[in-house]
Design a protein around this ligand. Structure first.
Ligand SMILES: Nc1ncnc2c1ncn2[C@@H]1O[C@H](COP(=O)(O)OP(=O)(O)OP(=O)(O)O)[C@@H](O)[C@H]1O
Ligand SMILES: [Mg+2]
Length: 398
C-alpha cells in the first residue's frame, strides 16, 4: 500500500481539511439543535405566560421554618445552538433566617445563574429553570419561585428579595440622578407614600450606607460618583425596602481592598439592623471566612460540599475544596508559589457521566469511575459529594 504524506492525510484533493475537530458542529446539526430547542423553550414559555395561574401551583411550605430560602434540586439550563448548557444541575442548599450563606466556586460553575434563578432573572427564553423548587418564606405565604408567575414575582423582587450586582455602573441608569433612582424603588413598593416622605427616606438610606454628603449625592448623576460610592448607592437601593433576603453577587470585586472591607462591614451591619439574610457570592475565601455562617462550594453546576463555615474551613473534605483552601493566600504561611488546581472545568455541553472533578483530582480512587457521586453527610450540616467518604452505605444519603 502506498504511503500517504501528512498533507494527504489531513487534506483532500481540493485542499480542503478532512479531519473535523472534536468540537466541530455542522450547520445542519446547529439548525436541528436550534429547532429542538425552540420546541422546548416555546412550550416552557407558553406555560409561563398563562393568565390567572391558581395559587395552588406555586404556594408551598418550608421544609424547615427556620429557613428563609430552600433551594431544592434546582436545574437551570441554557438551550444554545451548540447544545444544552446545564449551568445549574441539581443544586440544593438552605439559607437560614438571619444568617449569611457564602457561595464559592470557580468561574463559570453556576453561582450567578443560581442567584438569577432565585430572582427569576435568567435570560429567557434560552435560559430556563426546568426542574427543582426554590421555596421562599414571604411571611404570610411560602412561594415556590421556580413556579411563581412573573407578575407575582415582581412584587417579591425588591420588596422581599433584592440583589446587589457586581458592576454598579451597569445597574445604575446613567441618565437619571441618584435620588430619582432610589425614589423610584421606594415609590414602586410604597404607593401610598408622599413625595416628601419618599425623598426623606432616600436621603436616610444614603446616610445609612455611609455617604458623607447625602443631600449632595441625591442630586448627582452616577458618573459623578466613585466606584465605592456607586456600590454604596446600589446597596442603599437594595435595602430601601428592607428585604428579607439580600443576594450579593461579587459585590466588591470591582473595588479596592480597603473599600471592599468597608462595604462588607456595612452589609453585615445593615443585615443585622433590618434582620435579613444574605446570600453572598464571591471568589474571595477571605471574605467568606469573615462574613459567612454557612458555605456552599459549587463545581460545574453542582454543589460538591456544604456545611457551616467552621466545618468547611477547618475540615474541607472534597479534594476541590481542599485545593481551593490551598490556593488561598495566608499571612502566617510562607510559600514559594500559591497552589493552583491543575486542569480546567469540563465542557458544560458534554459533561462526563462520572464525577466532574475526577480528571483533575489527585486523590481519585477506583470507585470514582462510577456514576456521579451522591452527597454523603459527615454531620447534620456538613455534606460532600465524593466517593472517598462513601465507604459504607449507612453513611450515604441523597
Ligand atoms: N445567557 C447565557 N447563555 C448561555 N450560557 C450561559 C448564559 N449565562 C450563563 N451561561 C453559562 O452558564 C454557566 C454558569 O455561568 P455563571 O455566570 O453562573 O458562572 P459563575 O459561577 O457566576 O462565574 P463567575 O465567577 O465568572 O461569575 C457558564 O458555563 C456560562 O457559560
Ligand atoms: Mg458570576
Amino acid at each position: 500500500m502506498e504511503k500517504k504524506s501528512l498533507f494527504e492525510k489531513l487534506f483532500d484533493k481540493d485542499g480542503k481539511k478532512k479531519i473535523k475537530s472534536v468540537n466541530y458542529i455542522s450547520g445542519k446539526e446547529i439548525r436541528r439543535i436550534s429547532r429542538e430547542n425552540r420546541k422546548i423553550t416555546d412550550a416552557l414559555e407558553k406555560k409561563r405566560e398563562r393568565k390567572n395561574v391558581p395559587e395552588s401551583e406555586y404556594i408551598t411550605y418550608m421544609k424547615n421554618p427556620n429557613n428563609i430560602l430552600e433551594v431544592d434540586n434546582l436545574h437551570t439550563y441554557f438551550y444554545t445552538d451548540i447544545g444544552v448548557v446545564k449551568a445549574v444541575d441539581g443544586v440544593s442548599f438552605d439559607i437560614p433566617k438571619g444568617k449569611t450563606v457564602g457561595v464559592v466556586g470557580e468561574s463559570g460553575c453556576g453561582k450567578s445563574v443560581t442567584s438569577l434563578s432565585i430572582m427569576q432573572l435568567v435570560q429567557r427564553p434560552q435560559g430556563q429553570t426546568v426542574a427543582g423548587e426554590i421555596r421562599f418564606d414571604g411571611g404570610d405565604k411560602v412561594y415556590d419561585i421556580a413556579k411563581t408567575p412573573t407578575e407575582k414575582m415582581q412584587e417579591i423582587r425588591g420588596n422581599d428579595i433584592s440583589m446587589i450586582f457586581q458592576e454598579p455602573m451597569t445597574s445604575l441608569n446613567p441618565v437619571f440622578k441618584i435620588g430619582d433612582q432610589i425614589n423610584e424603588v421606594i415609590e414602586l413598593h410604597n404607593a401610598q407614600m408622599s413625595k416628601e416622605a419618599v425623598k426623606e427616606r432616600s436621603i436616610e438610606m444614603l446616610k445609612l450606607v455611609g455617604i458623607a454628603n447625602p443631600e449632595g449625592v441625591y442630586d448627582n448623576y452616577p458618573h459623578e460618583l466613585s466606584g465605592g460610592m456607586r456600590q454604596r448607592v446600589m446597596i442603599a437601593m437594595a435595602l430601601a425596602c428592607t428585604p428579607k433576603l439580600i443576594i450579593a453577587d461579587e459585590p466588591t470585586t470591582a473595588l479596592d481592598v480597603t473599600i471592599q472591607a468597608q462595604i462588607m462591614d456595612l452589609l453585615r451591619n445593615l443585615k443585622d439592623k433590618i434582620n435579613s439574610s444574605i446570600m453572598l457570592i464571591t471568589h474571595d475565601l477571605g471574605v467568606i471566612a469573615e462574613m459567612a455562617d454557612y458555605v456552599v462550594v459549587m463545581y460545574a453546576g453542582r454543589v460538591i460540599e456544604k456545611g457551616t463555615a467552621q466545618e468547611v474551613f477547618h475540615n474541607p473534605s472534597h479534594p476541590y475544596t481542599v485545593g481551593l483552601m490551598e490556593s488561598k493566600p495566608s499571612s502566617n504561611k510562607k510559600v514559594e508559589r500559591l497552589y493552583s488546581i491543575p486542569g480546567s472545568v469540563p465542557n458544560p455541553v458534554n459533561m462526563p457521566n462520572y464525577c466532574y472533578f475526577k480528571d483533575r483530582c489527585n486523590k481519585a480512587i477506583k470507585a470514582c469511575e462510577g456514576p456521579y457521586p451522591p452527597l454523603t453527610f459527615l454531620s447534620d450540616t456538613h455534606a460532600v459529594a465524593c466517593y472517598r467518604y462513601m465507604d459504607n452505605e449507612e453513611e450515604s444519603n441523597g
